[in-house]
Design a protein around this ligand. Structure first.
Ligand code: FAD
Length: 289
């Protein structure tokens, strides 16, 4: 099936984009097209206008700023995966990107597109949630910053307003030498995950946890931080961690049902994957200088 008819627009500047967004009805931004076009071909979406932002300068790129690492919304997933800055300072994001789609989809797909589309199993928005990213949004009267805790409004629903677009994502790296772990279950490598888990830890010199973040994704409609389990990790000695509160918290989530798995199985996966992610975080921490 092919997409229903639409009008195609290709603004060259942010100003032109702003004018189009404020004047057109039932319009959609086209970034890499790797989610939008399949949804249109399946007739799940039928926008009257597509606004292609691929020619607007300055929307792509990875910059180190005093406030954190800023990744332009139009940065291709392949470029983030091959970035030395991201590998060194946001290793969890690098690790997760290995699981996003395929070489071909990563060559076109953008981090901004994934974070606006918000598939519950998508790795990039999940990593933004665990890393407490800030979403820099451009609106007709300027910019606003949306913290990750307010970005996810439900299934395929971000906090973006009608006339707004995502400009960039800003992430403050964790301390040098932090531990990071990622685990997901997909039926084949490159498929959307059925469930996933991620963990970040920092530790004191005597090997006790000083900071922790835990997250399950693909379980509920949006990625979910396991805040109580994060708090329970503080001050625990690496090597003798009690993983059970994290596993129990992941298993208690309100898991979705779909054609692939039952909620019970998804909850089981959530527990297994958070355990793996946390174990991996301890290993990567120990390997740091
Ligand atoms: C075969 C295949 C396998 C895949 N596997 C995975 C996977 O394993 N994991 C995963 O996470 N994803 C996967 N994807 C999806 C892929 O990562 C997409 O690239 C991503 O979901 C959307 O990014 P995009 O740049 O293609 O956005 P588009 O498809 O162009 O847009 C997606 C949505 O975001 C909106 N949008 C895009 N950019 C902006 C912006 N700057 N401001 C406001 N709105 C915007 C669009 O209007 C649209 O609603 C897969 C896709 C395919 C085709």
């Amino acid at each position: 099936m092919k997409a229903p008819p639409f009008q195609y627009h290709r603004p060259q500047t942010r100003e032109e984009l702003g004018t189009l967004l404020s004047s057109l009805e039932n319009a959609k931004i086209l970034a890499g097209g790797q989610s939008l076009m399949p949804m249109m071909n399946l007739r799940v979406l039928a926008p009257d206008h597509l606004i292609d932002i691929n020619r607007i300068p300055g929307l792509a790129g990875i910059r180190e700023t005093p406030e954190g690492i800023e990744i332009g919304a139009m940065t291709r997933q392949a470029d983030i995966l091959s970035s030395d800055v991201v590998k060194a300072r946001l290793p969890l994001l690098s690790r997760a990107l290995e699981h996003v789609g395929h070489i071909q989809t990563r060559a076109r797909g953008t981090i901004g597109g994934s974070c606006c589309h918000l598939d519950p199993s998508a790795e990039q928005p999940a990593m933004c949630a665990i890393l407490d990213a800030e979403f820099i949004v451009t609106r007709p009267d300027g910019h606003r910053i949306v913290p990750a805790s307010e970005w996810f409004e439900g299934l395929l629903q971000s906090a973006l307003g009608e006339q707004e677009f995502l400009e960039a994502i800003r992430i403050k790296p964790w301390a040098k030498g932090h531990g990071y772990g990622f685990a997901e279950y997909a039926r084949r490598h490159g498929d959307f995950a059925i469930a996933g888990g991620a963990a970040l830890i920092e530790a004191s010199k005597d090997g006790r946890i000083t900071r922790a973040a835990l997250l399950s994704f693909g379980i509920e409609a949006s990625p979910r931080r396991l805040s109580d389990a994060e708090a329970a990790l503080i001050d625990q000695p690496i090597g003798k961690l009690d993983l059970e509160p994290a596993v129990a918290a992941a298993r208690a989530l309100d898991a979705m049902e779909d054609v692939h798995v039952t909620p019970d199985y998804r909850r089981h996966l959530a527990g297994v994957l958070i355990r793996r992610a946390l174990n991996e975080a301890c290993t990567t921490l120990e390997r740091q200088p």
